[in-house]
Design a binder for this molecule. Sequence first.
Ligand code: MG
Length: 241
Amino acid sequence: MANVGYSDTPELPESNWKVHDGARPQPRVVTPGATAADPPSDAVVLFDGSDLSKWQGRGGDAQWKVENGYMEVVRGTGDIQTRGQFGDIQLHLEFACPAEVKGDSQGRGNSGVFLGGRYEVQVLDGYDNPTYADGTTGAVYGQYPPLVNANRKPGEWQTYEIVFTGPRWDGERLVRPAHITVLFNGVLVQNHAAAHGPTGHRNLANYNNPHPAEGPLRLQDHGDPVRFRNIWIRELRGYDE
Ligand code: MG
């Protein structure tokens, strides 16, 4: 290949490459989806509207309802999680809270997206529904309120684009916390937020218990018939070492 760069330039910090290094590898080609909501060529499609084969529930197959291209929480059947395990990810997911407004605060359209099975980005009907700020839609639950409230009206489809990098450990010692970035309906609501630890309720999260680098994606049954559709993930292995 022709030399497309330079070799007499300064070396970049924390890198073996020089500025404009012609020998630096080309980025891998990924074919994007027809729109930004469609899975690119290297995505793992977790739910395309047809079935829950990539998911499991309490003690077996996922019991949530699938119809009209979406899945819906069936109250009391429990959380569902992917059969596959993932580490650092980019995630696309769409959800809709019930069109019929019932309850308030945490009792309205509550579900959740647990990254690595442990870190919850809250799903809630946060449209004209005050609740504690670190528990509303797009919150890193119990830790970081969303930067803004970008909710659409109840019943409307909404999107999450999430980037999650898990924590790094040196044995029992935390080297770097988990980080979470969220765009909600295209609006930035979490900007590389450094999680204090796996999600809890009414406690201070911590990293006292090191956990595996990979985990499932988990969706919460909080008793409300929240719907999900078009869920895909890209594994970011090797991009952030
Ligand atoms: Mg929740």
